[in-house]
Design a protein around this ligand. Structure first.
Ligand SMILES: NC(=O)c1ccc[n+]([C@@H]2O[C@H](COP(=O)([O-])OP(=O)(O)OC[C@H]3O[C@@H](n4cnc5c(N)ncnc54)[C@H](O)[C@@H]3O)[C@@H](O)[C@H]2O)c1
Length: 286
C-alpha cells in the first residue's frame, strides 16, 4: 500500500490526510470546495508549526510529510492512482453512496474503499459499489492527529486485517468490530455514560457539577460528560441519537428530555455561551 486518497478536507479529512503523510504515504486529500482545501492547508501548517515549536516533531519530518501531501479538487485522478481511500465527506448517506459509486468506477480493482463515518456502516455503502468485499469503516477520532483509536469494521476478513494493519502503520491502535452495530464501540460507551449522567440529573440524584466531578475524580476521566457535551456541542449528540433511533426504532435511542429542551432553546454549549454550564465572552465558565 503506497498511495492513499482522503475524500473531504474538513475537520477530520484534513488531519487524517496529514497522519497518512506523516507516516510516509503518498497522500492526496480532495474536496468539492476550494475554500475547504485552503482552510485545511493553512490549519495544518499552523498546527504542525506549533508541534515543531513545542519540540513534538522535527521540521524535517513535517516538511517531508507536506511534500508527500497533495491538496486537489480532482477526485477522479487521485482515485485512479489510490491503493486505499478514506472517505471523510459530509455525513449524509446519499452523498457517501454517490462518492463510493464513483470511486468504485475509477479506482483500480485492488483498491480498498473505507469510510470515516461515525454513524453510517460500511454495509450501507458496500452495495453502491461492485466490490462489497473491499469496503470497510475506518473510524478515526477527533482530533485525528492526536487520538490513537481507529475502529475498523467490514465483512471481509482480509480487508479488515489490511485496514487494521494500515492503522498500526499510521501509529494508531485499531479496534476491530466483529459484527456491525450502530455507534460502534467507543461512542456507544460514551453514550451510555452520558445517558446515565442524564438519568442521575433528571432524577434529582446529583447536580451537573457533582456528576462531572465524580467522573473526573473517581473514574479519572479528563472531563465530565456534561463538560464534554458543552465542549462538542449539545446538538451533535442530539442528532446522533435521532439518527440511531431512525435505524433501530428503539425508544431508548431517542434524545433525553433535558437535551431536547436545551437544543430547542438554542443552548448548545460553549459556542452559544450556555449549555449545562454558562460561559462568559472569553469562554470561561461563570
Ligand atoms: N467531527 C468529528 O468529530 C468526527 C469524528 C469521527 C468521524 N467523523 C466523520 O467524518 C466525516 C466528516 O466529518 P467532519 O467533521 O470532518 O465534517 P466537515 O463538515 O468538517 O467536513 C466535510 C468536508 O467534506 C466536503 N465534502 C462534501 N461533499 C463532498 C464530496 N461529495 N466529495 C468530497 N468532499 C465533500 C465538504 O466540503 C467539507 O469540507 C463524517 O462522516 C463524520 O461522521 C467526524
Amino acid at each position: 500500500m503506497q498511495r492513499i486518497l482522503v475524500v473531504g478536507a474538513g475537520a477530520m479529512g484534513s488531519q487524517i490526510a496529514m497522519v497518512c503523510a506523516l507516516a510516509g504515504y503518498d497522500t492526496t486529500v480532495t474536496d468539492v470546495a476550494d475554500e475547504a482545501l485552503d482552510r485545511a492547508t493553512s490549519q495544518l501548517h499552523a498546527r504542525l508549526d506549533r508541534d515543531v515549536a513545542k519540540g513534538r516533531r522535527t521540521r524535517e519530518d513535517v516538511d517531508a510529510a507536506f511534500a508527500r501531501l497533495t491538496f486537489s479538487t480532482d477526485v477522479d485522478a487521485a482515485a485512479a492512482a489510490a491503493d486505499l481511500v478514506i472517505e471523510a465527506a459530509l455525513e449524509k448517506l446519499e452523498v457517501k453512496r454517490e462518492v463510493f459509486a464513483r470511486l468504485d468506477k475509477i479506482s483500480p480493482a485492488h483498491t480498498i474503499l473505507t469510510t470515516n463515518s461515525s454513524a453510517i456502516m460500511s454495509s450501507q455503502l458496500a452495495n453502491a459499489t461492485g466490490r462489497a468485499d473491499r469496503v470497510a469503516n475506518m473510524h478515526f477520532f477527533n482530533p485525528a492527529l492526536v487520538m490513537r483509536c481507529v475502529e475498523v469494521l467490514g465483512t471481509d476478513e482480509a480487508t479488515v486485517e489490511a485496514v487494521a494493519d494500515l492503522a498500526r502503520r499510521l501509529g494508531k491502535e485499531p479496534v476491530v468490530l466483529r459484527r456491525e452495530i450502530p455507534g460502534f464501540v467507543a461512542n456507544r460507551i460514551l453514550g451510555a455514560v452520558r445517558d446515565e449522567a442524564i438519568f442521575l440529573l433528571e432524577n434529582g440524584i446529583a447536580t451537573v457539577e457533582d456528576i462531572d466531578t465524580a467522573c473526573r475524580t473517581a473514574l479519572g476521566y479528563p472531563m465530565g460528560p456534561f463538560e464534554l457535551m458543552d465542549l462538542t456541542g449539545i446538538e451533535i449528540g442530539y442528532h446522533a441519537k435521532l439518527a440511531r433511533h431512525a435505524v433501530t426504532g428503539d425508544p431508548r435511542d431517542l434524545p433525553s428530555r433535558t437535551v431536547t429542551e436545551l437544543v430547542e432553546r438554542g443552548d448548545l454549549g460553549r459556542k452559544t455561551g450556555k449549555g449545562f454550564y454558562t460561559y462568559d465572552e472569553s469562554g470561561d465558565r461563570t
